[in-house]
Design a protein. Sequence first.
Length: 258
Amino acid sequence: MSFPKLAKVSEPDVEIVRANVRPALCNKLICAAQCRYGDRILDVGHGTGESLIVLLSLPADQRPSAITGITSLPAHYHRSRTRVDRLLSSLPHSSPQVDLYLGDAVCQHPQIAHPFDPSSLTSFDRILALDCAYHFNTRFDFLRQGYSKLAPGGRIALADICFEAKMLRSRRVWFLSSVFRLMPKHNIVSAEEYVTQMRDIGYVDVKLEDITGEVFPGFVRFLKSRGMGWRFFGSVVDWYSKAGARFVIVSGCRRKVF
C-alpha cells in the first residue's frame, strides 16, 4: 500500500519497507499483464522506482523495448531518475528506452507532457499500476484513458483495493472516504462493480484475483516490526482490512482488431 507522511519516518525507511513488499507484487502484476519481450510498457505511480527496477532487471529475453513511467511527487521522480540511470549504465547497449514523467496518473491538462496526452500517437502494449490506483482522481478516468492508449491486444494490470459488497454502506467505509479521506469516494467499489466498470469501458478478458490473504497479514506484521510510526500505519492497514478492503490483482485487455 502507499505510505502516508508519518512523523519520524524517513525516506530511507520508506524505501526499506517498499523494497520488502513491492517486488513480489510487481512480479505478480507482470504475470497478470502477460508482459513479453519487446513490449512497450507504461508504469503508472511507480513511486521511488521499485517497479521500474524490477522491469529493467528482467532477463534479457524477457525485457521490454521501452518503459515509460509517471509519478506525481517531485522527490519520487528525481529518486527514480537517479536509480534508473545508475542501473541503465550497468546494462548492455541493448537496454530499454526509458522515459519518465512528473505528473498525475490522469491527464487533466493536455498542454502538459503526459503519456495519456490525447494528441499523442504513442500507444502501449502493457500498462501497470502497482498499489496506487485507489488514490487516482478518479480510477475510472484512469482506466478510460488507459484503454485509449492501449494497442489492440494490449493489456492493463493493477494491484489495487476494492471492498466486500456488503461493507460498502458500513460506517467504517464511510470513515475511509469522508473522515480519513484515504481514497476518493468514487473509488470505493465492490469487486463486482470494478469488473463491470472495466467491461463498460470496453475491456475484454477481465480478470480479478483476490490476494488479500497473501498481502495484508504479512504486511501488517512487517510494518508493526519497524517502529512507532510504522506500527501506527500497520494498525491503519489492519483497520482497512476489517472495513472489508480486499487487495486484488485486476487485469483486462483491449480487443484485437482483425
